[in-house]
Ligand binder design. Sequence first.
Ligand SMILES: *[C@@H]1O[C@H](CO)[C@@H](O)[C@H](O)[C@H]1NC(C)=O
Length: 530
Amino acid sequence: MRLTPRSAATAVLSLGVIWLIWSSTGQLGPKLHVPALLKTPYLSNQYGSSDEIKDAFQHAWNGYSRYCFGQDTLHPVSNTCDNDFGGWGVTAIDALSTAIIMENENVVGQILNFIATLDWTIVKGGTSVQFFEVTIRHFGGMISAYDLLNGPFAHIAKDDALRQSLFDQMVNLGDVLVCAFKTPSGVPRNWVNPLACETDNGRTNTVAGAGSLILEFQRLSDITGNTNYGDLAKKAQSYLLNPEPKKREPYPGLLTSFINIGDGRMAAGKGGWGSLSDSFYEYLLKAYVYDSIEFAPYLERWKLAAESTIQYIASHPYGHPEWTLLPQWDNILLGNTMDSLTWFTGGNFILGGMVTRNQTLIDFGLSIADTGGALYMSTPTRLGGEFVWWTNNCKASWGATECTPDTSVQFSTKTFILRPELLESWYYAYRATKDKKYRQWAWETFQGLNRVCKTSSGFAGISDVTAPDGGVKIDKQESFLYAEILKYLYLILNDDETAPYHVQDSRTGSLNGWVLNTEAHPLRVTGPHV
Ligand SMILES: *[C@@H]1O[C@H](CO)[C@@H](O)[C@H](O)[C@H]1NC(C)=O
């Protein structure tokens, strides 16, 4: 999950509106004019080299470094800066593991020098930071850098003092973040004041906010030998592994979206694989990949969720039984709307299928990744919008267009804000199949980014994926451009099969020694490899 306060409000609002339309009328919404989907996804015959992704990374780094170095976020159209994550240079820290994997020694040196100067008790532009976002971006980013630089990339940073300060700062940040767990139940709150070591007064947290901390906190425990960090994350997770009351688990393994801070009981409401819950389900599986002995029970919960999703949730738009989309659930009722974050599920099911050697799960994940491919490749920008909706049967009136297999699924929100989740799924799909179409799709998407998102200082969002020029540029470049978009593009196109951090295909006997956190920072696996 990733939600800045603004995007959280927007996401909840638009989901709510779509839900309202859907549930009150049984019909899908205001009239939209969107071009019909192409029957066959567009395919170019070729793709370029991963070196071109390195160049794009350097371009984006130069812009950030020139205009905003040390601040959080570059506005890549106006070339102004924002400190929207406490002013700890989230873009620099989130870019670090990508710079290491690309062996960009210069940039790695700049970022390590910067990290050494940070004071985690000073918050710019306020008093509190978002616990979840800092955990997956700054904390995960530094732990990953520690693992990479003490492993396959030891040659990238030779300065011992800088390596020591990375370690110290990673532990210092861990000691600040544990303040979030100081609540009656041990379920963390999402805003934490690092100076006072206090949380806000929020009554609930999201399932993702409480349940996707285990990789980062357990990894710090395993590196330092101090079990406290992992214990706190496991305590928070325990409520989600045995959710109460039972009616908040409408399908086995699938929950509502909020948890009460007071007693760890689940709150009423909708559920889904997208925003608010996404990385909770993701980490059930990845915790098992990280330590397959200790977190074996987490895998059982993931399998339950996966089984329910295949059996009860999976939805196929009219005319496309081969395409899979994941609706939200409201108790047992389904609503045919899906946010772009949900595209990560393709990769998650594929990874689950590879590590448990289950082809049914892999095929299910591939059908999600391929649905996204068909949708993205049907637009002139080769990018996809923030929400899709669809009809299974064309029974209700369907938009402005005749309901056909070409119009039965549409982008209900056509903005693209540098979301990486579909690229993430294509990466897993490529690792599982070696089918070159995933490289071609990734390359098409990269060309689209260059055509409609690129600015003189970086990459912007766009207002309309269905307009050839992308419509109006959106003046924001979140740090996940560096951590995820550019990393997944690079990994998809990177031919180095010996690279140890690549996702491995357990069916062929090559086991995973690394696992990517939800911000795509690779962490070294500690348990027996699976
Ligand atoms: C593979 O996964 C599917 C879907 O969850 C499940 O129904 C099936 O039992 C699994 N197969 C094996 C051999 O575990």
